[in-house]
Write a protein of this length. Structure first.
Length: 363
């Protein structure tokens, strides 16, 4: 019996001493409290968050949907923070253990605060996009990414400070490292600044058809920090460094209001003056009566004799179509070309083609 009594006394002593002086009963109760809040987290996520998502999905306001979606992560993390705080406050601990648990709680609360800020940036960007006419969508996306990275850095610095890790020397070291990187990566920073200028000046956006002489022509698919991806008309992808768009003239064909048709119509030299007048007037008449062309006074419409070329009398046609769509513009050009051919044939004239006359002298 004495042996059993000794074992019982030892068991109770171990139970009371527990781990690092913390009673095992308190540890057990603390774990029950913590897992209870984890259970509440699951219920909260399953019912409350899902109900909110269903409710806001009926709204046409994108900000509401974005806000509920963004706050889901902080809302799920909050029960963990509060559960850990209540559980650790139930445990009787002193000295270094108390300081350690206090730092853990402070760290979790700090993470929760910065996580909330980080997630709130998304809905804020939706709100800015809906009311801002000064900033392009791509520039706002860049700014949001930069702010999110800054929040993560500040949050990490705050947590490190709580644990007594001085971030001053780390920042100084990173500064020296940044100077070294900047000297070795001048092209990278040049492209980055050029990309920001492109977005600020709104030279083009995703989906625009652009032309940069000697560089690229195609449709913009994405604008990155260092480069822009352009889909060429042969369906191949080209990645262009952003400085190319900052240093060269960029023609944005998507932003044109009307497309121009500029042709040289070469007629044979045997075409009479009367035929020339008739052809000119009939071409202008067709354009003015067609619904495909712009005929305002402030828009050029001209069919004039341009020059007497080597083998033709050249008429220069300049007009503008109402459509800016490339495919529709091609169809309008096709109809105009067929009509001009009919007009020339109706007036019994002919198109000229390059020819050379050879004169042979007989002795």
């Amino acid at each position: 019996m004495e042996v059993l009594n000794n074992f019982k006394d030892l068991f109770l002593d171990v139970w009371s001493q527990g781990i690092s002086g913390v009673n095992i009963t308190e540890i057990f109760i603390a774990l029950v409290i913590f897992f209870f809040f984890l259970f509440l987290r699951g219920i909260f996520a399953k019912f409350i968050v899902k109900r909110l998502e269903v409710y806001v999905s009926k709204s046409t306001n994108k900000f509401d949907n974005s806000l509920v979606s963004a706050m889901e992560s902080p809302a799920k993390f909050f029960p963990i923070v509060i559960g850990f705080f209540i559980a650790t406050n139930y445990i009787t601990v002193e000295g270094k253990g108390l300081i350690f648990l206090d730092q853990l709680n402070r760290s979790l609360i700090t993470i929760l605060i910065f996580l909330t800020f980080h997630q709130a940036i998304g809905p804020l960007s939706v709100l800015i996009k809906s009311v801002s006419d000064l900033l392009s969508k791509d520039l706002i996306d860049w700014m949001i990414k930069a702010i999110k990275v800054l929040i993560v850095i500040l949050g990490a610095a705050a947590v490190l400070e709580l644990w007594g890790i001085k971030i001053g020397p780390i920042i100084a070291g990173l500064g020296l490292f940044g100077v070294a990187v900047a000297l070795g990566a001048q092209d990278l920073f040049k492209n980055l600044i050029s990309g920001i200028l492109v977005l600020v000046e709104r030279r083009f956006q995703v989906g625009d058809w652009i032309f940069v002489e000697g560089v690229i022509e195609g449709t913009v698919e994405s604008i990155g920090f260092r480069s822009t991806v352009v889909r060429r008309f042969d369906k191949s992808l080209a990645t262009i460094p952003n400085f190319q768009f900052a240093e060269r003239a960029v023609i944005n064909n998507t932003q044109i209001t009307n497309r121009r048709i500029s042709w040289i119509i070469g007629l044979e030299y045997r075409t009479t003056a009367e035929q020339l007048k008739n052809i000119k007037s009939q071409v202008i008449e067709y354009i003015e009566q067609s619904e495909d062309f712009v005929t305002r006074k402030d828009t050029l419409l001209s069919v004039k004799v341009d020059q007497f070329a080597a083998s033709s009398i050249d008429l220069k046609l300049i007009c503008f179509t109402k459509t800016a769509n490339y495919k529709e513009w091609l169809n309008v050009k096709d109809k105009l070309a067929i009509e001009i051919k009919k007009i020339v044939e109706t007036n019994k004239a002919s198109f000229a083609f390059p020819s050379t006359s050879i004169y042979v002298e007989k002795n």
